[in-house]
Write a protein that binds this ligand. Structure first.
Ligand SMILES: C[S@@+](CC[C@H](N)C(=O)[O-])C[C@H]1O[C@@H](n2cnc3c(N)ncnc32)[C@H](O)[C@@H]1O
Length: 259
């Protein structure tokens, strides 16, 4: 989904906004800074780290290849609900649905920053965000992505993921069933919530993750730019006080870091 430069402010809750550094691309609003491990300097360095050129090239080729796919209908669970980027008939293309290269790099770099080994994703779409996450997982020893996509784009998303990490999986199904795919002792290092962008759906996914997250872990939530409802969902997550470092990247990605 695209984000206009003059987007309405996301929930700033007295946070301090820091503009891009010289040459940087991101504006960050810091909302909580009580982590012993994270501070603005570290976060900024992670955001602006270069992404492995081979991974970037593979994902770029896949973006182009996906342009030849016909627009796909939204899953029936969207009945009557709007999806950003959807055409009049409720159909979407990969270009409209997927994270941009800049946000993809944020996913990749945050995962690499903690050497994330178990990553989960709610909403694979056509698998572009999944490719960034799976590429990061592959670079962590024993790392893997477990992604969920409710519609039959899951097949397309799995084919995308196979290009960077054939060991990572896209399950066709509701994210609500993710615990059934994890070992009882699994601890998730990074979760990306990018399915329905309304308060209740986002909060449901967030709450279901809580007991599974590793002591040092990251949850990224998209898309706070999308609606007041999605911003309210993020405010609720933040007020649960489960995270030590909380910020918003470019008014769009909510980032909650534990530890
Ligand atoms: C914004 S798109 C995801 C885009 C993808 N993350 C990317 O950036 O490449 C949201 C996706 O979530 C899927 N979805 C919606 N509800 C879901 C659910 N409960 N479980 C799994 N997937 C869901 C939709 O079918 C849609 O493909």
């Amino acid at each position: 989904m695209t984000q206009p430069a003059d987007a309405d402010p996301a929930p700033e809750e007295n946070g301090q906004t820091e503009g891009p550094t010289e040459g940087g691309r991101f504006t960050v609003t810091y909302l909580r800074e009580s982590s012993p491990h994270w501070n603005r300097a570290r976060f900024r360095k992670v955001l602006e780290a270069p992404i492995e050129p081979a991974d970037l090239a593979e994902i770029g080729r896949r973006r182009i290849a996906l342009r030849s796919y016909a627009p796909q209908p939204l899953h029936e669970s969207y009945a009557g609900r709007h999806h950003a980027g959807a055409g009049a008939e409720g159909q979407v293309t990969a270009d409209l649905l997927s994270v941009s290269p800049a946000y993809g790099a944020v996913l990749y770099n945050l995962a690499r920053s903690i050497d994330a080994k178990l990553l989960v994703e709610n909403g694979a779409g056509f698998g572009i965000s999944s490719m960034y996450l799976a590429a990061a997982a592959r670079r962590a020893e024993g790392g893997t992505l477990l992604s969920f996509e409710i519609s039959d784009y899951a097949r397309i998303a799995q084919a995308s993921v196979n290009l960077v990490d054939p060991g990572s999986r896209v399950v066709q199904g509701d994210f609500a069933c993710f615990p059934g795919h994890l070992a009882g002792t699994a601890a998730i290092d990074l979760a990306f919530i990018d399915a329905m962008h309304d308060r209740d759906s986002m909060l449901r996914a967030f709450k279901s993750l809580i007991g599974w997250m590793a002591p040092q872990s990251i949850i990224i939530v998209d898309d706070l730019y999308y609606s007041e409802s999605s911003r309210e969902g993020f405010r609720c997550m933040m007020r649960m006080e489960l995270h030590d470092f909380v910020c918003i990247v470019n008014k769009r990605f909510g980032v909650l870091i534990r530890g």
